[in-house]
Design a binder for this molecule. Structure first.
Ligand SMILES: *Cc1c(COP(=O)(O)O)cnc(C)c1O
Length: 321
């Protein structure tokens, strides 16, 4: 079955080899309070402790590591204002590659500064009049740069899959695996890993309620595009799944669940108060579904990916209140 997909388990094994030494092997944390609240055993894969603060380092580093000498000499371009931009910028710096990041002119100063801090060049665009994907493609064509998109790329997906492979290796077999879902790089990669390592595991993706394009697409069997959702889960404000990620999700995932912003905020608070960890709103998606009782956990072991911890502290404090 895997043969039909853009990513195989072998690709994930190869990605693990490439990222080892560069990426952190993040911890798997447990909490008896969380277990009591959810009614099952929860194994949290803490990508908030990953380099640059999110799992996206895995996919970006894997993709850039595969560049040919010619590609390395020319550089990489990406369009993102979030964690993927930082992941590409840091990976490029570590590998000695020039990076150009296309960001909206109104991107938060902290995000611009973070990408610049890793040595990336920023190319601003106007959200109202310019299309970031077209601009990325144009820069790639003009300057010979290689475009690495945030999720719809086999090397990115394989890199993200290393997260579930490590989780299952460290935590043992799982009955369920839940990950946040934006464009589906994380979910598709993790699904391929989980299917290979514990074939009976039920796999779920979790989206913000306001942006349930993934669930709509999953249910009707084709990629549905929606307007940019208004949600505190800024890492999942994608409008559609990808042409590589969708078939994997459709083929391996049991269901797509949704949670509200209020449920995300409560979950953030739980992690701060009880487990002493900072998890960004998007990073709380899978855990929020578990705490809200969206899946049956009685007597079962669930792997829950906490995908990142990058949140502006002022905003974080507001959300906790
Ligand atoms: C990008 C991102 C996601 C969504 O990942 P996709 O591969 O687009 O589905 C989830 N959480 C965090 C923290 C992210 O940065």
């Amino acid at each position: 079955m895997d043969d039909a997909f853009a990513v195989s388990y072998d690709d994930i094994v190869a990605a693990r080899g490439r990222i080892s030494g560069a990426a952190h092997r993040t911890p798997v944390l447990t909490s008896s309070t969380a277990d009591a609240r959810a009614g099952g055993t929860l194994l949290f894969k803490c990508e908030n402790f990953q380099r640059m603060g999110a799992f996206k380092f895995r996919g970006a580093f894997n993709a850039l590591s595969r560049f040919t000498g010619e590609q390395k000499a020319a550089g990489v371009v990406t369009f993102s204002s979030g964690n993927h931009a930082q992941a590409v910028a840091l990976s490029a710096k570590l590998l000695g590659i020039r990076a150009v990041v296309v960001m909206p002119g109104d991107a938060p100063a902290a995000k611009v500064a973070a990408a610049r801090g890793y040595g990336a060049e920023i190319r601003f665009y106007d959200r109202r009049t310019e299309d970031r994907e077209a601009l990325g493609a144009q820069l790639a064509a003009e300057q010979g740069l290689t475009l690495i998109p945030p999720y719809d790329h086999p090397d990115v997906m394989a890199g993200q899959g290393t997260c579930a492979a490590e989780l299952i290796e460290d935590a043992g077999p799982l009955d369920l695996l839940l990950t946040p879902l934006g464009g589906g790089g994380l979910l598709s990669g993790c699904a391929v890993a989980a299917r290979a390592l514990c074939p009976d595991c039920e796999i779920y993706g979790v989206e913000p309620e306001a942006g349930d394009d993934g669930r709509q697409s999953f249910r009707c069997g084709r990629i549905i595009t929606t307007a940019t959702p208004q949600t505190i889960a800024d890492g999942a404000q994608t409008t559609h799944l990808g042409r590589f990620t969708f078939p994997v999700i459709r083929g391996l995932v049991k269901d797509i669940l949704t949670v509200s912003d209020a449920e995300l905020a409560q979950t953030m608070r739980f992690f701060a108060e009880r487990m002493k960890i900072v998890v960004e709103p998007t990073g709380c998606l899978a855990a929020a579904a578990v705490f809200a009782g969206r899946v049956d956990l009685a007597g079962r072991r669930a792997g829950v990916v906490l995908s990142g911890g990058n949140v502006d502290l002022e905003k974080y404090a507001d959300l906790l209140r």
